[in-house]
Design a binder for this molecule. Structure first.
Ligand code: G1P
Ligand code: ZN
Length: 543
């Protein structure tokens, strides 16, 4: 099988966003489109030659074809060994773990996360480096620049690798090792959590329901929750991965996981109800009669993590993305540990993990993880919660209410305005930027603006500066409004408005979140004129 050099022309639109290169499937299917981007990675990351490369994806439509191309190009570009998940499946956190475990030079993860899949859906590619984390902004910028001038790519023609058969196959000089994509990850989880205790908890009649949403976590949940921990088979819902995710939207939140929210409201609801997203990095947590907001989940895990075997030494530090609720900050203060506020996107956390300054972090967008891997990790969060429930003997509701009584409550919501013309999105951002110039000191009812600016972040490890990371209006500790443009959308511009309100009065701890946040939504409209400038009377999505 000859290695061929194929000439090509640049596409000029291969600029990765918050979570890699993400486009409609049809865009990826254009001639040489994927090949151009892959070759740009191989050219810029010339150090990959002679090393191992991990390859896998979330199983969505085009995953197998993309992996076939990636393997053939890896072999043609001097990769010594490709480690690929059987069937092409690897969850994002499992891939990140595998890169570290096998000391690979990097990894290619094919996913568009929670975005719908299928021929009309989305596809994506993330390149992760040897640390297991996503490529830095600087590296992705270099890959993008390279993709704008690319003239040729290298591929082994007629490569015929069977990714469903475990074991080693040879392609030119390259060894292609097809592995069980679940085993190493499952072993890692077992090393972090008290599986015996969780098993007892389940044996004592507690119940669990996990929704894999027909995406990649199905096989992981089946192996860990059912086969290892002894949960009954019906504890895992929608456990078989499908190329179109069953036509659903595997984004575990109040809208797309509505059936779980309804289940949680029933008197006979399971003790823990959870879900993960398309590629297994997000999580949603509910208990009987209660939804745990991601910000609260992060704060609660920070409070209890030292009770779990992998974290007995306590926390080195915690972090949250800027728009995420400040609930975890209070726990960090009580525990006397460092608390970092980073821009949106996981890559800012990985730097802190690598420097040994972080144990736990999370985002409002249903992402939580720890130092065990360099991506957010949905099943990790579910197991952490299970272990906290088993270790404390308390219910989700009891734990959350005790947390609010001790620390106060951060009411929180995110309003998304999707598919906007980019001119309208820019006008809204500009309007708030202009308003910010004279908001400090201004009072809105009981709240006074203490700070109004655009967030920028100086990385404490390498000193790099990230600017334009979202507009914020801060009312001291009592409330906050944040507005930013999404970096993961594939259609039009998406604006995200984040509202946060803090209350510590006993009488205010069980308000309805929508009511508690209504005054802040009004203030946001007064300052940014979203409805007026976009013509949208309401957000397309509230989570
Ligand atoms: C969104 C989330 C962000 C998350 C990212 C990747 O990015 O807001 O927290 O890290 O997806 O899952 P955004 O579209 O807001 O740029
Ligand atoms: Zn995801």
């Amino acid at each position: 099988m000859p290695i061929r050099e194929i000439s090509t022309r640049p596409y000029n639109d291969q600029k990765p966003g918050t979570a890699g290169l993400r486009k409609k499937v049809a865009v990826f299917q254009q001639p040489h489109y994927l090949e151009n981007f892959l070759q740009s990675i191989f050219d810029v990351e010339s150090g990959l030659r002679g090393q191992s490369l991990v390859i896998g994806g979330d199983g969505r439509y085009y995953n197998r074809e993309a992996i076939r191309i990636a393997i053939a190009m890896a072999a043609a570009n001097g990769i010594a060994r490709v480690i690929v998940g059987q069937g092409g499946l690897l969850s994002t956190p499992a891939a990140s773990h595998l890169i570290r475990l096998r000391r690979a030079g990097g990894g290619l993860i094919f996913t568009a996360s929670h975005n719908p899949a299928g021929p009309d859906g989305d596809f994506g590619l993330k390149y992760n480096v040897a640390s297991g984390g996503q490529a830095t902004e600087a590296l992705t910028a270099r890959i993008y620049e390279h993709s704008r001038t690319i003239q040729r790519y290298r591929i082994v023609e007629g490569a015929d690798i069977d990714i469903d058969r475990r074991g080693v196959q040879k392609l030119e000089e390259c060894e292609i090792e097809v592995i069980d994509g679940v085993a190493d990850y499952a072993a890692l989880m077992q090393s972090l959590f008290d599986f015996d205790r969780i098993r007892d908890w389940l044996r004592n009649g507690h119940r669990l329901r996990f929704d894999a949403m027909h995406a990649v976590t199905g096989p992981y949940a089946q192996r860990i929750l059912v086969e290892t921990l002894g949960a009954p088979p019906d504890a895992v819902d929608n456990g078989s991965p499908l190329e179109d995710f069953g036509g659903g939207h595997p984004d575990p939140n109040l809208i797309y996981a509505r059936p779980l929210v309804e289940l949680a409201q029933r008197a006979d609801a399971p003790d823990l109800i959870a879900a993960s997203d398309g590629d297994g990095d997000r999580n949603m947590i509910l208990g009987r009669g209660i939804f745990v907001s991601p910000g609260d989940s992060l704060a609660l895990l920070a409070e209890h993590l030292h009770k779990l075997p992998g974290y007995r030494d306590g926390l080195r530090g915690v972090a949250r993305s800027m728009p995420t609720s400040r609930a975890v900050d209070r726990v960090a203060r009580a525990l006397n540990v460092e608390c970092h506020e980073t821009p949106t996107g996981w890559k800012f956390f990985t730097q802190l993990f690598d420097a040994g300054r972080l144990t736990l972090c999370g985002e409002e967008s249903f992402g939580t993880s720890s130092s065990h891997t360099r991506e957010k990790d949905g099943l990790w969060a579910v197991l952490a919660w299970l272990n906290v429930l088993a270790a404390t003997g308390r219910s989700v509701r009891e734990l959350v209410e005790a947390h609010w009584r001790r620390f106060g409550r951060h009411y929180y919501a995110r309003h998304d305005y999707e598919g906007l013309p980019s001119s309208a999105a820019l006008r809204v951002l500009q309007t708030l930027t202009d308003a910010n110039a004279h908001l400090v000191g201004k009072s809105f009812g009981e709240w006074t603006v203490t700070q109004a600016d655009e967030f920028s972040y100086r990385d404490p490890v390498d000193g790099s500066l990230a600017v334009n990371q979202g507009l914020r209006v801060i009312f001291g500790e009592r409330a906050r409004i944040v507005l930013r443009q999404s970096g993961t959308g594939t259609e039009g511009a998406v604006l995200r408005l984040y509202l946060e309100r803090y209350e510590n009065r006993e009488t205010a701890l069980d308000w309805n979140p929508a009511d508690a946040l209504a005054p802040l939504a009004h203030i946001a409209e007064e300052c940014a004129h979203i409805a007026e400038l976009t013509g949208r009377r309401a957000p397309s999505l509230v989570t």
